[in-house]
Unconditional design. Structure first.
Length: 253
C-alpha cells in the first residue's frame, strides 16, 4: 500500500510553551502507526529541534520544515538552507504552499530549484499545488494544477519523483472552513496521478502519495481519506488542536 500521511502544518502559530504542550499531548501516548502510515509535524523553524526531540523514539513520526531557501548557502540574510535542515536531522520539507506562492511570490521555477536542493540532501519534499477560486469557477482547475506539476517537477527523474509527496490544496478551501467534497478531491487526485503516469509511467505514479489539504477536520477526514487516490492530508487549523489532529491520524487508511 502507498504511504498514508497525516501532516500537520502549524504555519506561524504557537509560542514555544504552546508548541511543547501540543506535542506532549499528541506524543504522550501516540497512536501506534502501521508500517505504511506516517505522521509529520511541519513546525516553525525555531521549534524544529524541539519537535525532533519529542518525536524521537516514536516510529513513523517525523518533523518537517515549512520552507527552505532556493540557494545552497551564503549571503542570504534571514534564509534557512536545506543543508542546515539536513544537519539537524530534518527529514521532510513543505514546498510551494499557496501562502508562500501568494505572499512571497514563489514561482514554479523557484520551487523547482528548492526541490532539487531538498532531494540532493535526501530530504523529502511535500510539494503543494492547487488552484484559486477563480480557476475552479472557470472549470479549468485540472490544467492549472497540471501546469504547476510540469513546471516544478517534470525535470526530475522517475527515481527522484518516486521520493516526493504531493499535497493538493485548493486555495479556496485553505483556512476557509470550505472543504472540497471527497468526490472533488478524488477527481483531482486521480487526474494528477494520470498526469504523473503519462510522464513517468504507472508504476512510478502509483508510488507517490497525494495528500489533500483544505479545511480537513477530525469530523471530515475519514470520508476524504477513504477515497482511493487520497493518501492522507496536509492539515492547518485542525492540527493545532490535539483532539482534532488525533482523530485525523485515526482516519488514515
Ligand atoms: C494548510 O495550511 O495547508 C491548510 C490546508 O490549512 P487548513 O487545514 O487550515 O485549511
Amino acid at each position: 500500500m502507498r504511504q498514508q500521511i497525516a501532516a500537520a502544518n502549524w504555519k506561524m502559530n504557537l509560542t514555544v510553551t504552546q508548541a511543547e504542550e501540543l506535542l506532549n499531548n499528541l506524543l504522550q501516548e501516540p497512536k501506534k502507526l502501521l508500517a505504511h502510515q506516517t505522521v509529520i509535524f511541519a513546525v516553525p523553524f525555531p521549534y524544529l529541534t524541539l519537535a525532533k526531540t519529542k518525536v524521537n523514539g516514536h516510529t513513523n513520526y517525523f518533523v518537517a520544515a515549512q520552507n527552505c531557501s532556493n540557494k545552497k548557502s551564503g549571503a542570504y540574510t534571514g534564509e534557512t538552507s536545506i543543508e542546515m535542515l539536513h544537519s539537524i536531522g530534518i527529514e521532510y520539507v513543505v514546498l510551494g504552499h499557496s501562502e508562500r506562492r501568494e505572499y512571497f511570490a514563489e514561482s514554479n521555477a523557484v520551487l523547482a530549484e528548492k526541490l532539487d536542493l531538498a532531494l540532493s540532501y535526501g530530504l523529502i519534499p511535500i510539494f503543494c499545488c492547487g488552484e484559486p477560486l477563480s480557476i475552479r469557477e472557470a472549470g479549468t482547475q485540472n490544467g492549472f494544477v497540471e501546469q504547476q506539476l510540469k513546471e516544478s517537477l517534470f525535470h526530475l527523474s522517475a527515481e527522484q519523483l518516486a521520493k516526493i509527496v504531493i499535497a493538493y490544496e485548493p486555495i479556496w478551501a485553505i483556512g476557509t472552513g470550505k472543504t472540497a467534497t471527497a468526490g472533488q478531491a478524488q477527481e483531482m487526485h486521480q487526474h494528477l496521478r494520470a498526469v504523473l503516469a503519462a510522464q513517468y509511467g504507472k508504476e512510478t505514479a502509483d508510488i507517490v502519495p497525494i495528500l489533500y489539504g483544505g479545511s480537513v477536520k477530525g469530523s471530515n477526514a475519514k470520508e476524504i481519506f477513504s477515497k482511493p487516490d487520497v493518501d492522507g492530508g496536509l492539515v492547518g487549523g485542525a492540527s493545532l488542536i490535539a483532539a482534532d489532529f488525533t482523530q485525523i491520524i485515526d482516519a488514515l487508511k
